[in-house]
Write a protein that binds this ligand. Structure first.
Ligand code: ADP
Length: 606
């Protein structure tokens, strides 16, 4: 993977992780739906329930005098229940008002015979204080009857509620405690100890637990049934009885549950379900925040890694695996009693795989385009080079033919031999240049380590370039040159400087000036070649060091070139620990500056 690629993939990873965390936070509703679905899908088998309902249903209300006669009806029912010796009885009826005196007395008397009685209390005044049953109703304990329906669906229940200075345990927890003969509930920040049982319920979350509803409805006997069939009372023997109103018309606290399709469940049955959850001893716990963040990061990293390290069908197969893990993982955890934010996991996987996949697609396309462009330039250059080679070859061919066909004077022969010699040298230089580029870029060319004076090299280059310049009446003006020594390969450095000089001449109109200077700048030498030529467009500047690149203006100028000279110059300069700076404007000339490490002996003016 290239560096740019690594940065890109890491950005995708970071972004998908952060977005997944935000999505997890915003997607609580979706998490709840997923939770309900998993709950239904994983229906627990019919459990042996220890609780039983004494239900005040529609029929009981209709036949026993309705709500105004409720206390009397309850009193009669509870007398029978008490006789059957239940383990505990929890009454989910608010008994705070005076009511009918005779009825209340009857109920209080029935309560008196009931073992392990728990009565309901409610928070009022916006949670500022408790409303307790009237004094005549005595009970072994009082429990709150609040549940926490999120979006109308009741999934959780707080085992503890605080109003004013008083706090109360839940009705179901008190019934559980009394039915197990436990005196005190022992608290720690993370859980509650009730006798031998440990209940994971954190104090900062009101000791809330998730309710594990039973798959089949909790057994129930209605008041009316009990009145008509006194033998039904036997069913209450040794059971924990939850007493409450289930009639649709009268029960105010009815909620949806994860298991109910469209039916709501009466509060009293929800309390019995909380009791069954405690009794079952298997608790659904939420995954901790660090665990959620860790797993989402892992999923996002896996999604990104699929595309960062693999491509094609392998990457897609891995991505599918990551997505499958994100979808199935929360369910697997759920079957192991851990509730994981489903939406966060799924978002992490989808965002990272889609993001990394898209990034890979774009980079592969870009690389393809770049290599296509390079191939095109390469072909152009080969075209040009073969064309360039033809010129010296034709000259050599023609001259040698002349020599063999005609009787020439010695002087003429010598002239032709010289021409053949110089043209073949030109050919050799051309080939040498091409080979050098390839070897330098392949890292095969070794740099010599010699120390040489920059002024000498510059002088040699000027001598070689002057004939070219003179043909266009271009003058070299040499300014201040520091007496500096460079370390490296003198021949290569000469090639680099010569190249800048010939470019300056090549891309300048006739009768202009090319200025050369070599200033000291700290430990470095700034060797500048400035011309008054055609210049370059700003956006083309960064391309000129690419192999075979030629600017539009250079091609228009009709000057021959291959577009490789500067790529070699740049490699040479980099190999010497330096860099090239270019400033240029179209029509205003260009300035190429080699910035090289050097040793200085003094500054000399030419
Ligand atoms: P070429 O053989 O084409 O001169 P180079 O690699 O030496 O190849 O230069 C690459 C391109 O940079 C040139 O084709 C030209 O477009 C541009 N260039 C180089 N030097 C100059 C200059 N002094 N003025 C304007 N353009 C230049």
């Amino acid at each position: 993977m290239r560096r740019g690629g690594a940065v890109g993939y890491l950005s995708v990873l970071g972004a998908s992780f952060v977005l997944a965390m935000v999505a997890g936070w915003l997607g609580a509703g979706i998490d709840n739906d997923a939770y309900d679905w998993m709950f239904r899908y994983q229906r627990p088998g019919p459990a042996h329930s220890r609780s039983i309902l004494l239900a005040v249903d529609e029929e009981s209300l209709a036949n026993l005098g309705g709500m105004p006669n409720l206390r009397q009806a309850l009193a009669e029912g509870l007398e029978r229940v008490a006789a059957a010796r239940p383990r505990a009885v929890a009454v989910d009826v608010i008994l705070a008002d005076v009511g009918d005196v005779a009825q209340s007395a009857a109920l209080a008397s029935a309560f008196g015979k009931t073992p392990n009685l728990v009565l309901a209390c409610e928070m009022i005044d916006q949670g500022r204080r408790w409303e307790y049953p009237r004094k005549e109703f005595r009970a072994a304990a009082m429990g709150h009857v609040h549940v926490e329906p999120g979006g109308g669906v009741c999934r959780q229940a707080p085992l503890m509620k605080v109003a004013g200075r008083d706090r109360r345990w839940a009705l179901a927890l008190e019934a559980y405690r009394l039915s197990h003969g436990v005196q005190d509930i022992i608290e720690s920040p993370g859980d509650l100890q009730v006798g031998a049982a440990t209940i994971p319920a954190r104090s900062e979350e009101s000791r809330a637990i998730r309710i594990r509803y039973l798959s089949s409805p909790i057994e129930r006997v209605s008041l009316w049934e009990l009145k008509n069939h006194p033998e039904f009372a036997q069913r209450f023997h040794d059971r924990v009885v939850f007493v409450g109103v289930t009639a649709q018309s009268a029960a105010a606290d009815r909620f949806m549950t994860p298991l109910s399709d469209a039916q709501t469940m009466a509060g009293v049955e929800i309390h019995a379900s909380i009791f069954e959850t405690l009794e079952g001893g298997r608790f659904l716990e939420s995954a901790s925040n660090p665990a959620v963040a860790g797993l989402c990061l892992l999923l996002a990293a896996a999604g990104v890694a699929a595309f960062a390290f693999r491509s094609g069908w392998q990457a897609y197969a891995l991505a599918v695996l990551v997505l499958a893990a994100a979808h199935a993982g929360p369910y697997w955890l759920f079957t192991h009693d851990v509730v994981f934010p489903y939406f966060a996991a799924v978002s992490a996987a989808w965002l990272s795989t889609v993001g990394a996949g898209a990034f890979q697609f774009v980079t592969v396309r870009r690389q393809l385009r770049q290599s296509e462009a390079q191939t095109a330039r390469y072909q152009q250059a080969v075209h040009f080079v073969t064309h360039e080679m033809r010129t010296p070859l034709t000259a050599i061919q023609g001259s040698s033919e002349l020599m063999t066909r005609y009787n020439l004077t010695d002087e003429k022969r010598k002239q032709i031999a010289d021409l053949i010699n110089s043209e073949s040298k030109r050919l050799a230089r051309m080939i040498e240049t091409f080979l050098n580029v390839e070897r330098l870029s392949a890292g095969e060319m070794e740099l010599k380590q010699e120390t040489f004076a920059v002024r000498e090299v510059l002088e040699a280059c000027l001598v070689r370039a002057r004939p070219l310049a003179e043909r266009k009446q271009i003058r070299f003006e040499v300014g201040e040159v520091a007496d500096a020594a460079l370390t490296g390969d003198r021949e290569l450095m000469e090639y680099a400087i010569y190249n800048l000089l010939t470019n300056a001449v090549k891309y300048s109109p006739a009768a202009t000036v090319v200025t050369v200077s070599g200033r000291a700048d700290g430990e470095r030498l700034r060797l500048a070649v400035r011309d008054q030529g055609i210049g370059m467009e700003q956006q083309e500047l960064r391309n000129i060091f690419q192999k075979f690149y030629r600017t539009g203006r250079a091609v228009e100028s009709g000057e021959a070139g291959t577009g490789i000279g500067l790529s070699i110059v740049e490699q040479i300069v980099t190999h010497h620990g330096g860099r090239i700076e270019v400033t240029s404007a179209p029509g205003k000339g260009s300035c190429f500056t080699l910035v090289l490490p050097a040793q200085f002996a003094g500054v000399v003016r030419e």
